[in-house]
Design a protein around this ligand. Sequence first.
Ligand SMILES: C[S@@+](CC[C@H](N)C(=O)[O-])C[C@H]1O[C@@H](n2cnc3c(N)ncnc32)[C@H](O)[C@@H]1O
Length: 206
Amino acid sequence: MDDATARFWDDLYEGRDQVWSGRPNPHLVDVVGALPKGTALDLGCGEGGDAVWLADQGWQVTAVDVSATALDRATARAASAGVSDRIDFRRHDLTRSFPEGSYDLVSAQFLQTPLEFPREQVLRAAAGAVAPGGRLLIVEHGEVPPWSRLAHPHLRFPTPQETLAALDLDPDEWHTERLDAPHRQVTGPDGEPATLVDHLVLLRRR
Ligand SMILES: C[S@@+](CC[C@H](N)C(=O)[O-])C[C@H]1O[C@@H](n2cnc3c(N)ncnc32)[C@H](O)[C@@H]1O
């Protein structure tokens, strides 16, 4: 385990009782609602909002994060939702180890970090974990929120097209179902409404 990575994320989680909303990510809900249930791998599951929702929908979930604090919270959330038997929480630093097995859905929701991170390597491993007929869903921030723009004036995120190119997948083996930049309505830290752009890649393995 890379202690610096784990420490950074544990510190971030320990700084607040709850960091994320607890609700599932809306693009995940949008995409997965139409899919047949199966096995899912949630990469960078945080406090478990997506994993618990997937399990509640009938998926058998493996949920992975580097932060023990996040995993403890996710485990408690799963227990109170009554879905512990359908989620296997595992601690991995994905830059060093990756869960074994293959899955009908591999989901990476905002698997983004200010630390050094071999993004392409991890996303290619994510593609490698998709079972035949399964899907890879990658959702990332497409732009810095308005309230952070002054602090990050030059930050730019890879486009969905750039992410697809970086995955370097065999087009005979993979079908691109979505490659777009959907909008999301949010409330800022001072209660102000804002529209954020996300980057979404949805691929199906033939
Ligand atoms: C921006 S948060 C997103 C959390 C969650 N997917 C969500 O959408 O609410 C990124 C998550 O990735 C995890 N993470 C960051 N680097 C990681 C790594 N190297 N290995 C595993 N998890 C990592 C963090 O601990 C954090 O929970």
